[in-house]
Design a binder for this molecule. Structure first.
Ligand code: NAD
Length: 368
């Protein structure tokens, strides 16, 4: 069966990293038909709108999209295309796995977390205004509903069950934001007992950040509201090796859109320099979603082996400081080609290689 997928190249480094993912997707042998549509800067030039109806129609029809990052103007300009897409398609659960790959680019080689973020409301509801004409005061409203809280919390527990995870931690600030935080906390406390096989606990957002910076390996699945999830998932991406290796997925009841945690990194646009792994791992998540498990395992394995070998890696993984053996950085396209080349060759039954020489702290951790 051919899988029709909406492909949104996006802005900045988006076209480069989505081409990389497409190359790797085609190397799996899974038959894809890519329907390319533009959102963001290119769409504004062509249609005047950053999110043309054609994009929404294509995703609704195919029920599946692979998306590159899209630039959002800071302060003024149009509203975030990313936020609008999530709201208009009701993509309520943003799932962002943070897995340390081959111990590279991280001081925490055991990191294996999943952040589940409510993606349609909270402080990103788009309800904000200036309080006075002088623009000396402003207000942004956080909207938290029981319906959206219930469904994202249930989603997190179901995901934990499906992926054999043992613990779900709710993250909020119910001590200060007693209504919005309190509502999310109440929903979590009422839903958790329906999943007696999964440990459930809570952390305040500030304490959660400190705990993650100290001992991320103790946590498993985190579920939280929109803004906290946005921030926590970047923090977790940093723990696992950086934005260059952090994929994400957005799920609604019927649709799924796969996009990396990172943005359009304008300073690297058009330089063939960005790490393609985050977008390639989005493809891995897409393959799992459509039931192509072996192809997904091959993609993950090919990424892991490429990073572990450390011969063809982009600048973020080649850096000295993280590693004892800095290497000359490769281009985005060279790394993608290397991963694509490995996809049909990898041995799925062999143990994943864990390289040494990735720094004294890591070596010590790997030896104990
Ligand atoms: P960013 O993630 O684009 O970049 C931050 C830094 O992370 C970069 O300067 C670079 O050093 C590094 N980085 C990011 N992706 C990388 C990659 N693939 N390989 C190597 N290094 C990488 O964040 P920003 O600079 O805050 O945002 C730029 C634009 O992207 C903004 O307009 C923002 O609104 C938008 N954005 C979009 C999305 C999305 O489309 N979902 C997400 C986040 C930010």
């Amino acid at each position: 069966m051919v899988h029709r997928v909406t492909l949104i190249p996006g802005d900045g480094i988006g076209p480069e990293v989505t081409s990389a993912a497409r190359l790797v997707g085609d190397a799996t042998g899974v038959p894809f038909e890519w329907e390319v549509v533009d959102a963001g800067e290119k769409a504004i030039q062509a249609t005047g709108s950053p999110l043309p109806d054609e994009v929404l129609r294509s995703i609704r029809k195919n029920r599946l999209a692979l998306k590159g990052p899209i630039t959002t103007p800071i302060g003024g300009g149009f509203r975030s295309v990313n936020v609008a897409l999530r709201q208009q398609l009701d993509l309520f659960a943003s799932v962002r796995p943070a897995r340390a790959i081959a111990g590279e680019g991280t001081r925490f080689p055991e990191t294996d977390l999943i952040v589940v973020r409510e993606a349609t409301e909270g402080l990103y509801s788009g309800v904000e205004h200036w309080v006075d004409r002088e623009h000396s005061a402003a207000e942004t409203v956080a909207i938290v509903t029981r319906k959206a809280s219930d469904r994202v919390i249930r989603f997190a527990f179901e995901l934990a069950r499906r992926e054999h995870r043992h613990r779900v931690t709710a993250v909020h600030k119910a001590n200060i934001m007693k209504t919005t935080g309190g509502l999310f906390q109440t929903a979590f406390r009422e839903i958790a007992p329906h999943y007696p096989d999964i440990e459930a606990d809570e952390r305040l957002i500030d304490n959660m950040c400190m705990q993650l910076a100290k001992k991320p390996e103790e946590y498993d699945v985190l579920v939280t509201t929109n803004l906290f999830g946005d921030i926590l998932s970047d923090l977790c991406a940093g723990l696992a090796g950086g934005l260059g290796v952090a994929p994400g997925a957005l799920y609604g009841d019927e649709l799924a859109v796969f996009e990396p945690v990172h943005g359009s990194a304008p300073k690297y646009a058009g330089q063939d320099k960005a790490d393609p792994v985050a977008e390639i791992l989005c493809l891995e998540l897409l393959l799992r979603h459509i039931g192509e498990k072996e192809a997904a395992d091959r993609v993950f394995r090919a990424v892991w082996e490429t990073i572990a070998e450390k011969k063809v890696v982009t600048y973020d993984l080649a850096l000295p400081g993280y590693t004892m053996t800095p290497v000359p950085p490769s281009s985005c396209s060279a790394m993608a080609k290397e991963i694509a080349r490995k996809v049909p060759l990898v041995d799925l039954s062999a143990p994943l290689p864990r390289p040494k020489g990735t720094g004294p702290a890591l070596d010590a951790q790997l030896e104990t």
